[in-house]
Structure formats: C-alpha cells, structure tokens
Design a protein around this ligand. Structure first.
Ligand code: AMP
Length: 428
C-alpha cells in the first residue's frame, strides 16, 4: 500500500515524500479513507503508531477541498484538542510538515506561557487550531476564539485527558462546537468513562484499532537485569560508560526519583536533566530541546512527562524503575524504535518489581531476555513491601489486550534466558 493509493492530493503527497514517508502505517491506511469519506472515527491507537498523520493528513485535504469558504478567508475550521504542551507542539509540527505545500495556516496554543502571540495569531486568522483544553477555555472566555465554524474536531489522547483531570474542560469546549461537524476520537485505551465520553462526541463512528506495541515490541531489542535497588545507580553509570550510547531516555516511577537519578548522573559529569510534572512547562520544553539537540545525553522522565516525546534516532530507553501499569512499559520503550528504526530497551528489576515484570511479560506476550552475568546480581530477594498496583484499564472492544495479538503467534514461552552478557548488547 502506498500513499498514492489513498487518493491524496498532490501537495500532500509531495510533502510526505519530503518527510521520507513511503508507506502508510496501519492506522493511516485504515483511518485516512474513513476520514476522507466524512465519517466520524473512533480510533484506539497510541503515540508511535503514526496516529497524528492519520488525522492531520485527511483534515488538511478536506480543508483544501472545502469550497464553502471564500478564497483567502480564514476561519477556524478545525480544532485539535490534546492534553499536553509537548503533544500540541508535535501536532503543530505535523500540520506544518504535511501541509507545507498548502495555503492553510495553523496555530498551537497552550498554557504556562504569555498569551500575547497566541491572541495575535487568533486575530490574524487561521484554519487549524491545536490546543490544550485549559488555555483554550481561557481564551474562549476572553472571546478571542470563535469555534462557530468548526467542521473537523479531533480529541487526541482522550484517556490521558481523563487521567490528567481535563475531562470537564473538554466537555465545556465540546459544548461550544457546532453540532454539524466531523469528529475524530483517539485514545490509547478504552476504559468505560472514555467509551461514555466518545458516545457524547461521535455520531455513528467507524472504529479502527491498531496494535503498535506488537510491532514496536518486536523490533526493539529488550533486556532485563535483576538487580538490588541500591545498585541501580551503579549499573546505570556502567551502562552509560559506553560512549556509543549518544542519548538515553531513562524512566523512573516518581518525580523525586527522576530528580535523584538526574542529579546523581550530573555529579559524575554525565549531562542529564529530569522532566516531570513538577517542572514548569518552560523547563520541560527546554530539557526536551536540549535532549533533542544532544546537549543533554540523558533525559530522566516520569511516564506522564514523557508522553508524546518523539525523538528521532533515540536508540536507548532505560527503565530504571519498572512501571506499575504494564501498558506504560510499552509506551516507554516505544520512544525508541520509532517508525521502524531499531532500538534497545533495558530494564532494571528489583525484588519488589518482579510482579510488575510478570505483568509486563504477560501483556507483551513474551519473556524479556535476562542479562545474567553482570556485576550487580540481585542478592536480596525479600519483598519488603508490596508496591502499589493500579486498577487495570479496561478495553471496550476485543476482550484481550490488542498488544498480544501478533505476539502470541510468536510467543517465546517457555524461553530460557539468553545468557547475553553484560557487555554484548551495548551500543548495538
Ligand atoms: P505519532 O504516532 O503520530 O506520534 O508518530 C510517530 C512517528 O512516526 C513520528 O515521528 C512520525 O513522524 C513518524 N511517522 C508517521 N507516519 C509515518 C509513515 N507513514 N512513515 C514513516 N514515519 C512515519
């Protein structure tokens, strides 16, 4: 399947060529024709699947083909709501990239920064508004935003909106949208509250569901170290001695943990920064920019802060602490191996985290190879305290986790540890 087969207009095809995209991803292949056919869409897909292009490309096309607007007139005809500033910026970049050969104008608005340039852009006129809910409501209340001309509405990362407590804001925005519109709803998971929300937004939607994790997980080289908690910092430093690791994204469960790891590394001369919810949006964006431009070698992140981080050529993801939600592991390691590139995901697992590891392996449908001969073998097998377990998110359609679909065919149970040694994987 090629993009040409999707009946896309030349300016978009040219832009995609410029991006180096040759083949649509599964979500793009399924969603683009449905959106072009003016259907409402319920898409279960997460970051890393190419979902942004799956909605941005057909919206750009439909906006270009919209004959009901006077040439040169600007009205906000499309609204994209997304939970975080980082995601908003990335979506804005996608619209810029895919729409570069069209006359459409885009603006990204989010909180935590002065509203001046956002208000100027709104006054100047634009076709697509990409926004986080809080700042959008704020500007709506100040009467800077007119949503009366919205024809295409996208709710991105709906489950994350719920997690972050934005659902009421989202509902307030939706109440102001024209009822005659096309709506696209994207969520990585479908717990009941999200199904309910989707029912209030969508009109007879087509459903698509993709399983990034199965493909992603397969191309990522994963290993796990069993190690005592207090030795994790030493192992991390050892691993980072390999200068072939140009950049690594390290995950912790807590904000405090992220700060501690970043400070520890910085003291040893390893350029690191932490990114988490307690940092200001500017500090987060700066840390991300430094990491992207390779000024920082190690970015230590919590799950929420890392959501949507999209960095080309990120080779290593290190799970310093395993997540208590197994899906988060898949999200985390999906930061590497983007769009078909290979990546390395290293996990540190202490005695208390073994249960998390079991859940993760169950979800991905395979055993993560164990690094057996390393300098810090797990000595303390006692589980002092049970770590918290979250409520499992439920999925609506398809009883089983979609992550397992294709992995089950290639299930590696019962697979013995590979005996991979400490140094053999490094820098690959
Ligand atoms: P997303 O899931 O929207 O966050 O996209 C994940 C990454 O895949 C981004 O870096 C996109 O630039 C890239 N991408 C999206 N679609 C394609 C495609 N068809 N071919 C190659 N890369 C893509």
């Amino acid at each position: 399947m090629s993009f040409e087969k999707l009946n896309l207009i030349q300016p978009i095809l040219k832009a995609l060529k410029n991006e180096g995209y040759t083949t649509p991803t599964p979500i793009q292949e399924q969603a683009i024709p449905l959106v072009l056919a003016k259907k409402d869409l319920l898409a279960v897909a997460q970051t890393g699947t190419g979902k942004t292009a799956a909605f941005a490309i057909p919206i750009i096309q439909l906006l270009c083909e919209d004959r009901n607007i006077a040439p040169g007139k600007r009205e906000i005809r499309s609204l994209i709501l997304t939970p975080t500033r980082e995601l908003a910026i990335q979506i804005g970049e996608s619209f810029e990239n895919y729409g570069r050969n069209t006359p459409l104008r885009y603006k990204v608005i989010f909180g935590g920064v002065n509203q001046f340039s956002q208000v100027e852009a709104l006054k100047f006129g634009l076709d697509v508004l990409i926004a986080t809910p809080g700042r959008l409501l704020d500007l709506m209340n100040q009467r800077f935003v007119d949503l009366n001309h919205i024809k295409f509405f996208v709710l991105d990362e709906a489950d994350r909106m719920l997690d972050m407590g934005f659902v009421n804001d989202v509902k307030k925005v939706i109440a102001k949208l024209p009822s005659k519109r096309q709506s696209l709803f994207f969520s990585a998971t479908m717990p009941p509250a999200i199904v309910e929300l989707s029912n209030t937004i969508l009109n007879n939607p087509s459903k698509v569901e993709v399983t990034p994790a199965s493909t992603t997980v397969e191309i990522i080289n994963q290993v796990v170290y069993h190690i005592d908690k207090e030795n994790k910092k030493h192992l991390l430093v050892d691993i980072l001695k390999d200068q072939k690791i140009e950049r690594a994204l390290v995950f912790t469960r807590t904000k405090h943990g992220a700060n501690k790891v970043a400070e520890g590394l910085s003291k040893l001369g390893i350029r690191s920064e932490a990114i988490h919810g307690n940092k200001s949006q500017n500090a987060r964006q700066n840390a991300l920019n430094n990491f992207k431009s390779k000024q920082t070698r190690v970015l230590v992140a919590t799950d929420i802060a890392a959501r949507g981080i999209d960095i080309d050529e990120l080779t290593h993801v290190i799970n310093y602490e395993l997540p208590n939600v197994p899906e988060s592991y898949v999200h985390r390691i999906g930061r590497t191996g983007r769009a078909g590139a290979s990546g390395i995901a290293i996990a540190f697992c202490d005695a208390e985290e073994k249960e998390y590891l079991r859940d993760i392996q169950k979800l991905i449908g395979k055993q993560i190879p164990l690094v057996e001969n390393h300098p810090y073998p797990l000595m303390n097998h006692t589980v002092l305290k049970a770590l918290p377990k979250p409520q499992r998110p439920q999925r609506s359609f398809g009883a089983k986790s979609s992550f397992q679909k294709s992995d089950n065919r290639n299930a590696e149970f019962p697979k013995k540890a590979t005996g991979q040694n400490h140094s053999s994987y490094r820098g690959r």
